[in-house]
Design a protein around this ligand. Structure first.
Ligand code: C2E
Ligand code: C2E
Ligand code: C2E
Length: 90
């Protein structure tokens, strides 16, 4: 006790994302592909994203950020530990 942990990172599992039906995963997959392209980061099995990007995705999915995080956790695309990252940021 006494030490504050850094907030967990939002890490997308890109392999799991490929197995999610595209009518659900499509917007997220396109967003992740855009970030990969901007970074030149094409070969990863996972992709760390900005917490701001989860907020942008929440607008796209028309859900509050914490509820989108629950969806992504349910798909197996986001680690349950990411809940702490979202609740800290609203
Ligand atoms: P930028 O935001 O001007 O960032 C320039 C460079 O600063 C990035 O080049 C990266 O080397 C570093 N950088 C910025 N923020 C972070 C960070 O939180 N963590 C780490 N490790 N490095 C950081 P990079 O990666 O080649 O990205 C180029 C541009 O692509 C970025 O320019 C930004 O406009 C966009 N981009 C890349 N990844 C993301 C992302 O996850 N979300 C968003 N919204 N844009 C991104
Ligand atoms: P970590 O953040 O726990 O990431 C563990 C491994 O997950 C990374 O090993 C990499 O294989 C994968 N990974 C995580 N995020 C991404 C991503 O956005 N794209 C890709 N392609 N792979 C990802 P790696 O690369 O050997 O890095 C080991 C550790 O080094 C990382 O552990 C982190 O602590 C540090 N590190 C690496 N790159 C950065 C960075 O850009 N920013 C910061 N702050 N730390 C970094
Ligand atoms: P990280 O690299 O460990 O960075 C953790 C946090 O430090 C970032 O959380 C951000 O708040 C801050 N930070 C790190 N580097 C920069 C920077 O160059 N400029 C600014 N303004 N802030 C910075 P955030 O934004 O939630 O990002 C979470 C993770 O997503 C980063 O962890 C990194 O793994 C990845 N990421 C975000 N943006 C970029 C980017 O532009 N390029 C790359 N390669 N990775 C990024």
């Amino acid at each position: 006790a006494g030490h504050s942990e850094p907030p967990p990172k939002l890490v997308l599992d890109l392999e799991r994302l490929q197995s999610v039906p595209s009518e659900k995963a499509g917007p997220l997959a396109r967003y992740a592909a855009t970030i990969q392209s901007q970074r030149g980061d094409y070969n990863g099995k996972v992709l760390s994203i900005r917490s701001d990007d989860l907020r942008a995705l929440a607008v796209i999915y028309d859900l509050p950020p914490h509820q989108l995080a629950e969806e992504l956790i349910g798909w197996g695309v986001l680690d349950p530990d990411a809940r702490r990252a979202v609740s800290q940021n609203g």
